[in-house]
Design a protein. Structure first.
Length: 245
């Protein structure tokens, strides 16, 4: 593990680290992230002491390389499982594909990025950010989606490093069944807004509305539109938003 008091981005650091061929599960964490980012390059900053912000490296095998986008789902499930180890019992779900919600509000996000050298995979970096304390949240007028922190939802203090341990432990355990039908079923069971009307948006494209009916074996979102047509949306630069917001 490598630790820095402050970094622009743990994912950027880990992607550069891959040039040195680090072993699997090499990890970088920081207390404060000044230029972090999520999907679609949305900023993800972290204030000192208020968030758990880290990235780690995995080396997918041949089977896993065929489903690499699903590593985001694997990490999201690991975060869910880790948080569920703390009382009290709260609603923990995943906003497709990889944002973790606590009682319907975003508390954690995942970003997986692959590094290639020609057609050779150097490794996959998985970045995870968890809002630990209320001070980790940006001003309300900057939020694109309702957000919360782990401690304000649970109602008690949580040690960041204890949570980090539980997340990594859950990730390693869940990976033993990845990407089996059992894993996909476990992810489906955690998905928020199933059976509800949602809006799907993609940069530069017209928004589409319909009923979120699930995901297929590749993790693609299935949307039943008003005309009865089923549209599929791949994992990537697509965003889901419930129509209740």
């Amino acid at each position: 593990m490598r630790w820095h008091d402050t970094l622009p981005s743990t994912n950027t650091y880990a992607l550069e680290w891959l040039r040195d061929f680090p072993p699997e599960y090499s990890l970088i964490a920081t207390d404060q992230q000044s230029a972090g980012y999520g999907r679609n390059q949305r900023s993800w900053h972290s204030r000192a002491g208020a968030s758990l912000t880290f990235s780690f490296i995995v080396h997918p095998n041949q089977v896993e390389q065929g489903v690499m986008p699903l590593f985001s789902a694997l990490a999201a499930l690991a975060v869910c499982k880790a948080i569920a180890s703390y009382p009290p019992n709260i609603d923990i779900s995943v906003k497709w594909p990889n944002d973790v919600l606590l009682n319907g509000k975003k508390a954690a996000g995942i970003l997986a990025e692959a590094a290639w050298q020609g057609d050779q995979l150097m490794g996959l970096v998985i970045g995870i950010g968890v809002n630990m304390q209320p001070t980790s949240l940006p001003p309300a007028d900057e939020l694109l989606f309702p957000a919360t922190s782990l401690e304000q939802t649970i109602g008690c203090s949580i040690d960041r490093w204890d949570l980090l341990y539980h997340i990594l432990q859950a990730f390693v355990a869940l990976r033993t069944s990845f990407p089996s039908p059992e894993f996909m079923d476990a992810w489906r069971c955690k998905l928020a807004y199933l059976g509800e009307e949602v809006t799907i948006s993609k940069i530069g494209k017209e928004c589409q509305k319909g009923i979120f009916i699930g995901v297929d074996e590749q993790g693609y979102l299935l949307l039943k539109e008003k005309n009865g047509r089923i549209s599929t949306f791949p994992l990537g630069d697509v965003s889901l938003r419930p129509n209740t917001l």
